[in-house]
Design a protein around this ligand. Structure first.
Ligand SMILES: *Cc1c(COP(=O)(O)O)cnc(C)c1O
Length: 895
């Protein structure tokens, strides 16, 4: 790593650094060639990329030596040619496909051609990966292994791989961080600790991770395995050791090692183990079988005429559907659960195995595939962990599937409020203090035993990420058997980022599980009990960072994710991930809940895509997610620093999305000057909320557009699609599908729009400017107050000692409206509405009312309609309001 690694984007995604280095080198080399730069400048740029290049298999020593030779010989022509070829090959990834890319000369290329696929267009595609070899310098055994890897390569292999050799701990850490091609690691004992390159940033990183290994640690290899597994748990790690196997096995860190191999074993064992490890991740049990199934001659007598496609391809009228989708879609359609297709509702074969693989990949104990979206996953979890009458604490601003889940399962929602971001007509996330207050109120009312779960959205639509670990810790201190449902509809990908993973439900559950088993957990609890005394008052509990009693805690964590929203699954593909010590007890209930909510005709293609999405993330997720983050940081940076674009548009920083009191570390934003690894790492670990960099709130009110207007402009005139807007902003998201060209296109469009505004304001005179400023003021300052949840009507509440209960019987209220005679309509702007607000009788909503945007329910069944709600609705200028018919008015329950 070079000294230049100092800004946050490079730290989040060190891999972006590499292409920049090659671009810089090529630019200066071309100038040198044209006589406009000195050789010494070329050498500087070349030296700058050396450190990073030693961490990649391509271009490798042979090509780099040729490049160095050309530079030494002042051979400008060859240098520019070769540097150009290499940098293009890196960008276009040709080296993965075509062995000729690795050759210095064309003759050599012809020799190499046979060993890869690219030169033979008829050969099947073979995935390429790299193996990191960490070994003592100048070891004959390592040389032998590396040699073997190359000589073993055969045309029949399913995969091709190349070794990358490093000789120390620090380079090894950098290699797995920067090189996303690395899928496996072979560690030979006896390597060094320190790198020969200066790496101040890495040292900071290792400090943050509490890694204090040094030269004389005889367990350096295991320490390295642990560090790597923390950073990239998907890697297969192999340890080559001469030591006593028992000694290694008794060290808990050896759990991260896939296989320990001994010096006496043939090097071929390593080669075979590596391929076997990749095959294990590559295997997609359901999809593989579906492909086989599609090839078989099957006569179908079940009810799915479209299966095999004969009704389509033989038709005079719908043949185009067949042509559009292709034959395989129909060959892979079936309603059978025979032929090895397995049953999603009662999996015993390849679906079961596919789910087990997904569970392991996502760090869960169990995984269930759901083919009706996370809307259904949420209902399944709510139904299986709670019974009618149970209370659950839930963000009022959560997805509607939770509210409807409460109606279906008879759960009583105890609504908690996220902090408002009034200026942008959106909500943040729910502060921990508010959640604890809820638990303590319920405790005081004697209802704690009815509280079943805490249900929160992580991350929110706009990117607020909870401190999942701290939330669970503190809540378990108040109620040790509380269940957690983290709706991570948007956040499934986060497992593949070492920066975001600790804040996922499963990431935090793993940390908490480990902590609860440690002696420190008991000590911390005992110390806290001493400090707080017998009967601490609520204020003390609210002000203390509570730790739970490890002897009492039942750790029960559920995560739902819309795999289709952040990974390569077909729409509606979703997963439920489980880490629950009491799972055996609830498993029958979970199955009933699955039976209740799932279709009996699950779509085969959807199941297959969930299987495949898992494969992709395990083999290339790390690189893809790094890239998505890099792209998001690029977008943020380019918009906010562009002189013209930033005049009218602005991306909100973390400091504008998250109030200061929730950023204890002092972290401001990814782009703030001076931001580096240490404050980002601290923010991720300690801050109450963190902003997912891939969710980008772009303020467009300052350009005179409301969110919906701007969204339509982008869609209709520029083919840029997005889905969320607020009164004065739009939400841009980057994902594993985006490329740098998308960034270029977006910036190009924003620039064009900014120029048009600029021109219009310049040419159209004072009147136009005033109108523009008025519009901006209206959008940016004349924003409605966000209404808090008022209360359930007394009929649907169970007040204790005159204390107004927060939770309510939403289900009874919901079903009341089924009988029309129980409801009436009140016009939003009618005198009756004002009259009733003033003198009663109170209006009680019959419906869940959700305006889009902003997309949160301003009313739920049984809720008292108050002034705030009415004035918010009156100010609302959107047309799409679910649960509200403007021609009839608000549907309310008769008293
Ligand atoms: C989209 C979404 C859901 C619903 O997921 P689907 O897969 O569309 O059914 C649930 N919760 C949140 C937070 C969402 O954003």
């Amino acid at each position: 790593m070079t000294e230049s690694v100092s800004s946050i984007d490079q730290i989040f995604t060190l891999s972006g650094l590499r292409t920049d280095h090659w671009r810089d080198l090529l630019a200066i080399a071309r100038k040198w060639h044209a006589g406009k730069a000195e050789a010494v400048q070329v050498r500087q740029a070349y030296d700058a990329l050396q450190a990073v290049e030693t961490l990649h298999a391509y271009p490798g020593p042979q090509l780099l030596n040729a490049l160095t030779a050309a530079l030494d010989a002042n051979n400008k022509e060859s240098f520019v040619d070769l540097a150009g070829r290499i940098s293009f090959s890196i960008l276009a990834r040709y080296y993965k496909e075509d062995a000729r890319e690795w050759a210095v000369t064309p003759e050599q290329g012809r020799e190499l051609a046979g060993s890869f696929t690219g030169s033979d267009p008829t050969a099947p595609h073979r995935p390429y990966f790299e193996v990191l070899v960490v070994a003592p310098p100048d070891s004959p055994r390592v040389a032998q292994n590396v040699q073997l890897i190359r000589s073993q390569r055969r045309k029949e292999d399913e995969f091709v791989y190349e070794p990358v050799v490093v000789t120390n701990f620090q380079d090894a850490c950098c290699a797995i961080a920067t090189n996303s091609n690395i899928c496996a690691v072979a560690i030979f004992e006896g390597f060094n600790y320190a790198s020969q390159f200066p790496m101040p940033q890495l040292n900071v990183m290792l400090q943050q991770l509490n890694i204090t290994a040094n030269d004389d640690d005889e367990h350096l290899a295991l320490e390295l395995a642990q560090t790597m597994a923390d950073h990239r748990p998907e890697l297969d790690i192999y340890l080559m050791s001469d030591r006593n196997p028992q000694e290694i096995a008794s060290d808990s860190r050896s759990a991260h090692v896939r296989r320990i191999l001994y010096a006496v074993e043939e090097p071929i064992e390593l080669h075979l183990s590596i391929l076997e490890g990749i095959r294990h991740r590559y295997e997609t049990p359901f999809f593989d079988n579906l492909k086989r199934y599609a090839q078989r001659p099957v006569s179908t007598f079940h009810a799915l005429p479209i299966a095999r496609g004969k009704s389509v391809f033989k038709s005079d009228w719908i043949k185009d559907m067949g042509e559009f989708y292709g034959r395989n879609l129909f060959l892979a359609e079936s309603s059978a659960t025979t032929g090895g297709l397995d049953s999603l509702l009662e999996p015993t074969g390849n679906i079961k195995r596919a789910q087990e693989k997904a569970a392991r990949a996502f760090g869960a104990d169990h995984c269930f595939f759901v083919t009706n979206g996370t809307s259904t996953s949420n209902k399944i979890v709510l139904m299986s962990v709670a019974q009618p009458g149970d209370i659950f604490i839930v963000d009022r601003n959560c997805h509607k599937s939770h509210h409807y889940g409460a109606v279906l399962g008879g759960l009583q929602p105890y609504y908690v409020e996220a902090y408002p971001m009034k200026e942008y007509s959106m909500y943040g996330a729910v502060p921990l203090r508010v959640i604890k207050q809820g638990l303590l109120k319920l405790k005081a009312e004697g209802k704690l035993d009815r509280v079943r779960l805490l249900d929160l959205t992580n991350c929110t639509f706009d990117g607020h990420v909870y401190n999942t670990l701290r939330v669970m810790q503190e809540c378990l201190a108040i109620k040790p058997d509380l269940v957690f449902l983290w709706d991570e509809a948007w956040f499934g990908f986060a497992h593949w980022s070492p920066f975001l993973r600790p804040r996922t439900a499963m990431g935090a559950a793993a940390t908490l599980e480990k902590y609860l088993r440690s002696p420190e957990a008991q000590q911390a609890y005992d110390a806290q009990q001493q400090l707080l005394g017998e009967n601490p008052d609520d204020e003390a509990l609210l002000n203390t960072h509570l730790v739970p009693d490890p002897s009492k805690v039942r750790l029960r964590v559920y995560q739902t994710n819309s795999t289709h929203k952040s990974m390569s699954a077909i729409r509606q593909g979703s997963m439920v991930l489980v880490k629950d010590v009491d799972f055996h007890r609830i498993e029958p209930q979970l199955h009933e809940a699955i039976f209740t909510h799932s279709t009996t005709s699950p779509n085969q293609q959807l199941i297959a895509s969930l299987d495949v999405a898992r494969r992709q993330m395990e083999l290339e997720g790390y690189g893809l997610v790094s890239n998505a983050i890099q792209i998001a940081l690029d977008i943020r940076n380019q918009i906010n620093t562009h002189p013209l674009i930033s005049r009218y548009f602005r991306v909100l920083g973390a400091d504008e999305m998250i109030p200061e009191q929730y950023r204890n570390s002092g972290f401001k934003d990814f782009l703030a000057p001076g931001t580096n690894w240490s404050n980002a790492a601290l923010a991720i670990r300690d801050d109450e909320f963190f902003l997912d960099p891939t969710r980008i709130t772009l303020v467009c009110g300052t350009a005179g557009f409301d969110g919906t207007q701007f969204k339509n402009l982008l869609a209709n005139q520029y083919d840029i699609q997005l889905n969320k807007t607020s009164r004065n902003s739009i939400l841009l998201q980057s994902n594993i599908n985006n490329t740098r060209s998308d960034v270029a296109q977006l910036i190009h469009v924003l620039l064009e729009i900014s120029s048009q505004i600029d021109e219009r304001l310049r040419n159209d005179g004072e009147g136009a400017r005033e109108a523009f400023e008025q519009r901006v003021t209206s959008l940016m300052t004349d924003v409605p107050d966000l209404p808090n949840f008022s209360a359930f009507d007394a009929k649907f509440r169970n007040d204790v000692n005159g204390q107004v209960a927060v939770e309510g019987d939403i289900r009874t209220a919901f079903y009341k409206s089924w009988d029309e005679s129980n409801t009436e309509y009140v016009g939003l702007n009618s005198p009756e509405c004002d009259q009733r607000l003033k003198d009663g009788p109170p209006m009680v909503s019959a419906k869940l009312v959700i305006p889009y945007p902003p997309g949160f329910p301003i009313l739920v069944p049984g809720q008292i309609i108050n002034h705030e709600v009415i004035s918010f609705m009156r100010k609302l200028d959107v047309k799409e309001v679910h649960g509200y018919d403007s021609s009839r008015g608000l549907q309310v329950l008769k008293s």
